[in-house]
Design a protein around this ligand. Structure first.
Ligand code: KG4
Ligand code: ZN
Length: 359
């Protein structure tokens, strides 16, 4: 095995990102640069990511991101061994911006081009940060992702289950909206929950008693809405304590579901390593419940730093390194794919995540 230094490019949703990662066999991978330019402000007025605005912003910013990443790494294009780019799934305009840029660079320099699945980037991150051995179980929980994966190799993923409707981050954001809290909802709900009584208002744990690892969060969000309306009808308004109790109850319900389904994924698979990624993995109650579960089961718990759990290009460069070693490069016919399930064997998901805005 040779040492490899790859440029990674990510533009599948609302972050334009470029990174340089080097791997010398036998040593820990090194992130030489990682640049992320978010677009939150551009979309704020529209209440969600607008695909056309995202695509234009990616096209405008991607060259600059790459220049900054190369400058941070202190490298020229000629010093690289390849270019890895997110080729899907995601918003097609954004993915195209990245793929076209990467193809142009590959054609101009003769460097190998590696098309990477965005979800493979997330799923291989624990190897970038902790050099975990295969196999491991991965729980992706964010505003757009919610699935359990068994990871057996750089391109060997088995989907064990996932949300059949909303992703948990989406549910946190909607609950915040229902209760008049600011966005993003996760941190706001968590802060309120710290003052609340999780047992006061009974809320459902959807699909908890069903076998397998599938989950549902949409009914839970509706139950919070009903409970809020019930309290408001009785009291003529929502007191500070009611809001805190609703947040605490909701957060506990999400933590219960994620912990129980994680327990099943680990027991059914017999796998000894468990990793989490995604913005929701930042939630302290959820994180501590998952950590406690792993300690009880004697399983190692891996939680990469948040900057590498959310969308970034270091994970794409790293997945590119792992996959290039295994299968070589793509050619210039590489195409952008809006849909690209990681596990081709498992049935298609029914509308999980932000309805295609994030895959
Ligand atoms: O991974 P991420 O930054 O972006 C994607 O959606 O891919 O995740 C963002 C999501 C948002 O829905 C946000 O409300 C949620 O993660 N989140 C949290 C917390 N911090 C962020 N949810 C619960 N608790 C938190 N502390
Ligand atoms: Zn992502």
């Amino acid at each position: 095995m040779h040492s490899l230094t790859l440029l990674g490019i990510e533009s599948s949703c609302d972050d334009t990102a470029a990174a340089v990662v080097r791997h010398v066999p036998g040593a820990a991978p090194q992130i030489l640069a990682s640049v992320v330019e978010g677009q939150t402000a551009l979309h704020a007025a529209f209440g969600g990511v607008v695909p056309e605005i995202a695509a234009r912003a990616h096209a405008e910013r991607i060259d600059h991101c790459i220049e900054v990443a190369l400058a941070q790494a202190g490298l020229s294009l000629a010093a690289l061994d390849g270019i890895a780019v997110t080729a899907g799934p995601g918003l097609i305009g954004g993915v195209l911006s990245g793929v076209m840029c990467a193809k142009g660079l590959a054609a101009a320099t003769g460097l190998p081009l590696i098309g990477v699945n965005h979800l493979a980037g997330h799923a291989l991150t624990p190897r970038l940060t902790d050099m975990v051995e295969f196999p491991y179980i991965m729980l992706l929980v964010s505003g757009g992702h919610c699935q359990f994966l068994r990871v057996d190799g750089p391109a060997d993923f088995t989907r064990l289950g996932g949300s059949i409707d909303d992703a948990p981050g989406e549910a946190f954001d909607k609950v915040a909206k229902i209760l008049g809290l600011p966005q993003p909802g996760g941190p706001a709900v968590q802060a309120e929950a710290a003052q609340g009584d999780a047992r006061r208002i009974p809320l459902p744990r959807p699909l908890l008693d069903r076998p397998g690892c599938d989950m549902s969060f949409s009914g839970l969000k509706t139950a919070v809405l009903r409970a809020r309306d019930g309290l408001m009808a009785g009291l003529g308004g929502l007191r500070q304590q009611d809001r805190a109790d609703l947040c605490a109850g909701f957060q506990r319900a999400v933590a219960d579901v994620l912990t129980e389904k994680s327990r099943r994924a680990l027991l059914d698979s017999g796998v000894a390593h468990f990793a989490v990624a995604g913005g929701v993995a930042a939630n302290t109650e959820i994180r501590s419940r998952l950590l406690a579960l792993c300690e009880r089961l004697g399983v190692s718990f891996l939680a990469p730093p948040l900057a590498l759990c959310t969308d970034n290009a270091a994970m794409i460069a790293w997945a590119g390194i792992e996959q290039f070693r295994q299968r070589g490069a793509d050619d210039l016919t590489l195409s952008a794919r809006p849909r690209w399930p990681l596990d081709q064997k498992s049935p298609a998901l029914l509308g999980s995540g932000k309805k295609g805005a994030k895959a």
